[in-house]
Design a protein around this ligand. Structure first.
Ligand SMILES: [Mg+2]
Ligand SMILES: [Zn+2]
Length: 200
């Protein structure tokens, strides 16, 4: 069975300027190539797991996303890195202007994209890693059964954790989720994630 490194895209591979969909706006995060080279050397197959609700919102089309993805994969290739596959969710449950406005099983925090990868590539999720920058990344990873969950600090964290705390005070389920989140490994940036992977 294969082991995998799953990467969120916005905020992990590229700087999150919000709904990035053009090559000109795509800036690689410092250290991401080194991280992938290290993971590949350690035998991890690399996947991207990304919510792309900008498609449901009508900000860009599937074709735009695919063009950017092809370019991104070519940049990885130039660094000697093979990304096995990019899984994306084009949906949004409430904010949409087209056929992608729908609830789905793939939008993180749901684990659908990870489970699809697992099935297609026969991945041992217990040996796999997920790196993301939002609590929803960590929730998806945990729901899928990924044991190594690395949360990179981002501008989203404070806001989402605050919301989770508010939910937690309203019901026990929320409180339980928040406790689970404390098991994730928190790092300040991608360079911090490299140190964690070195130690695995
Ligand atoms: Mg992100
Ligand atoms: Zn979806």
């Amino acid at each position: 069975m294969a082991k995998a490194l799953f990467l969120d895209r916005d905020g992990i591979i590229n700087i999150d300027h919000g709904y990035v969909h053009k090559i000109d706006d795509f800036e690689f995060v410092g250290g991401i190539f080194e991280l992938c080279q290290l993971a590949a050397a350690k035998g991890y197959d690399i996947f991207v797991i990304t919510n792309q609700a900008g498609i449901a919102r009508g900000l860009y089309a599937v074709a735009d996303f695919e063009t950017l993805t092809s370019w991104m994969l070519a940049q990885f290739k130039k660094q000697g890195i093979d990304i096995q596959e990019v899984f994306y969710c084009p949906h949004h449950p409430t904010k949409g202007v087209n056929e992608f406005k729908m609830s789905c099983q793939c939008r993180k925090p749901a684990p659908g994209m990870i489970l699809k990868a697992q099935e297609k590539y026969n991945i041992d999720l217990g040996l796999s890693i997920f790196i993301g920058d939002k609590p929803s990344d960590m929730q998806a990873a945990e729901a899928a059964g990924i044991s190594s969950r690395i949360l990179v600090a981002s501008r989203y964290l404070e806001e989402e954790i605050k919301n989770d705390s508010e939910n937690a005070s309203n019901n026990g389920a929320g409180k339980q989720d928040l406790t689970k989140q404390s098991k994730v490994i928190k790092v300040n940036n991608v360079l911090g994630a490299i140190e964690i992977i070195k130690a695995l």
